[in-house]
Design a protein around this ligand. Sequence first.
Ligand SMILES: C[S@@+](CC[C@H](N)C(=O)[O-])C[C@H]1O[C@@H](n2cnc3c(N)ncnc32)[C@H](O)[C@@H]1O
Length: 247
Amino acid sequence: MIDRMTSASRRLWRQWKAELPGKVLARPSYTFCAEHCGRVHETGLVADQPRLVDFSTVPVTADQLRMEEALKALDWQGSSVLHVGVGDSGFARRFAPQLRRVVGLTISDAELALARSLQIPNYDVLKVSKYSWSFRPGIDEPFDFILDNNPNSFACCKFHFHQMLETYCAVLKPGGMLLTDQGGMDWVASDLRWRLQFRDLQWLERFFPLRATRLSRSVYALVRNGTASAVLVGAQALEHAAVVQAV
Ligand SMILES: C[S@@+](CC[C@H](N)C(=O)[O-])C[C@H]1O[C@@H](n2cnc3c(N)ncnc32)[C@H](O)[C@@H]1O
């Protein structure tokens, strides 16, 4: 992934880490970010910067390809996939013929137009932010897999990041998997505290009905367990824990 970290943001990151007592780092650094961005509809960052969100003409990323390799090692043929951040729709072109269904998400008009122009019969694309509430009602059946190499990269606040995870839990079948990759999770649009590592995914297990597992050196899966009601309990527990740990 492109790394657009400026020297100013590197300096702020080092300063932030130096000021923290070691024990506090037992929880992910993103939990120190803003609770709520104050927006309801315009969730996520840099939606107005095409060079960061329009990948319709950009070659597929290495992290996307690693997730695809990891998927091939699973029981994927005939399954349904939610592909979050469709880019040039290369995933649908490569995999849709052997999948039952692919639904893609994008916030880019150009990516949406390209996806539609391909006219792949079992491929639908929705233009909606993954962090927004309005994404969930657009999903009419649960998926076997979600592929998202940038779950944290465009996050605006904790509330909307957790809302996305809650939605992912709601639209994954029990036993279904969210696949992601360290390369994508390393790239963040603004605040470097949003970078995630595998141990942060493990930390999320306490609050969401998900189990983190490694599929390869850099590809990770969050496996869906539990029931739909456990999802709500998980999200509420996380908000509660955030408040308790903040005091
Ligand atoms: C770095 S590109 C990755 C594209 C493709 N997955 C790949 O790796 O080649 C990031 C993708 O995320 C999408 N994206 C950015 N913010 C989003 C959001 N809030 N909700 C859904 N998709 C978003 C962009 O439109 C783009 O398709």
